[in-house]
Design a protein around this ligand. Structure first.
Ligand SMILES: *Cc1c(COP(=O)(O)O)cnc(C)c1O
Length: 377
């Protein structure tokens, strides 16, 4: 592949920080770099939250759900359109997902469906243990109504902010600060990376303490190893955290560049039948990936025509996430919605959006697509 969807983009300030960690022999899942990285993410988020560095975003969600009290047979209500890492932890806990559709004006969870179902579930005494809305492709969910619903029904709210670090919600509030907890991911394809890693961000001090305990094999205080419950080996490596220290410094620059890439695509490719992911008033998406839909009847071109043509020229693009209620794994799971997500999946495409992509590379992507669209008409 010559042009990737989203590649790691180093700032140049990572290697010496890794070398520093080596020099002090903190080649372990603890150390000053990890402490500093947790502190710098907290400072970036600018909120009264606690940050726990973990081995992945999936690990963060697993811990958050367990700490929220999700257990075998409990329901977790979740955006259907998400990535594996944002749902599989529900399976780890033997819990049951109930899926919700997106709002077409934001492409994030439609709170109207949630509200209706919560009212019904409350009457029938079958409320979920937790709600997990997903910040999609860099855009924060509509947090206020979700928090109001969670409070009204006494349900835990865990926001999957793995794709939205760097985005802001209303009044400059940073994505990743919502709900009882939010999860972040520093996987290689995310807006900043630690090569692999994640974080649990929570306003509850006790949740952070519990996460640190569970993430280091649930060791009770004792000179020997004493366990009253089971845990996991989920802490972020200090070496990886050193990479994160060099990345968090440039996060705002990465957001600016991804937004610029989105704006260039939108400027060059907008025409009847092409719709870019909307950005509701007051929200500032990180535009982690540029996402758009192609209406085949209006453009004369199908999403797959574009994807395969790009692939022939070694340019990577990807259909939008396949909604989880359509996955064989979740066949038969309850779903509430109007199939907005199914239509997005049918016609949606993510274009190369890496912050290290050059203007020339983006021009080539634009030219390839424009040629196809002109032929389609
Ligand atoms: C990337 C991602 C995750 C999980 O991240 P990992 O660090 O890869 O485990 C979870 N949810 C969503 C929506 C993601 O995009």
């Amino acid at each position: 592949m010559r042009i990737h969807l989203s590649r790691p983009h180093m700032s140049g300030q990572e290697q010496w920080r890794v070398a520093e960690a080596f020099a002090s022999n903190f080649v372990a899942p603890l150390g000053p770099q990890l402490d500093a990285f947790e502190a710098s993410v907290r400072e970036y988020l600018g909120a009264d939250v606690h940050c726990v560095g973990l081995s992945s975003g999936s690990a963060a969600l697993h811990l958050a759900l367990r700490i929220a009290g999700v257990g075998s047979g409990d329901e977790v209500w979740i955006s259907s359109m998400t990535f594996a890492g944002g749902i599989f932890p529900v399976n780890y806990l033997n819990a049951k997902p109930r899926f919700f559709d997106l709002d077409p004006t934001s492409w994030t969870v439609d709170t109207a469906w949630l509200s209706e179902e919560l009212a019904k579930a409350s009457r029938e005494n079958r409320l979920p243990k937790a709600i997990v809305p997903t910040d999609l492709y860099g855009q924060s969910v509509d947090l206020e109504p979700l928090q109001a619903l969670a409070e009204q029904y006494g349900v835990r709210l865990i926001v999957d902010s793995a794709e939205s670090l760097g985005a802001t919600y209303k009044n400059g509030r940073k994505a990743g600060t919502g709900g009882d907890a939010a999860i972040l991911s520093f996987n290689g394809n995310k807006i900043i990376t630690t090569s692999g890693g994640g974080m649990l961000v929570t306003r509850h001090k006790a949740w952070a303490a519990e996460a640190r305990f569970l993430a280091t094999q649930a060791r009770d205080p004792a000179p020997h190893y004493e366990h009253s419950t089971f845990g996991y080996n989920y802490r972020l490596s200090n070496i990886c955290a050193a990479i994160g220290l060099g990345q968090i410094e440039v996060l705002d620059a990465r957001v600016a560049r991804r937004r610029e890439i989105f704006a260039r695509y939108k400027g060059a490719l907008s025409r009847p039948g092409i719709a870019f992911m909307p950005e509701p008033d007051g929200l500032h998406s990180s535009r982690w990936l540029t996402a758009l839909t192609i209406d085949p009847t209006e453009t004369g071109i199908a999403r797959e025509d574009i994807r395969l043509t790009l692939l022939e020229h070694r340019i990577e693009s990807r259909p939008l996430w396949k909604p989880m209620h359509m996955q064989p794994l979740y066949a038969g799971a309850p779903y509430h919605g109007a199939c907005v997500d199914e239509r997005l999946f049918a016609n949606g495409l993510c274009l190369p959006s890496g912050s290290d992509m050059t203007d020339e590379q983006q021009n080539e992507v634009i030219e390839r697509i424009t040629t196809l669209l002109d032929r389609g008409r």
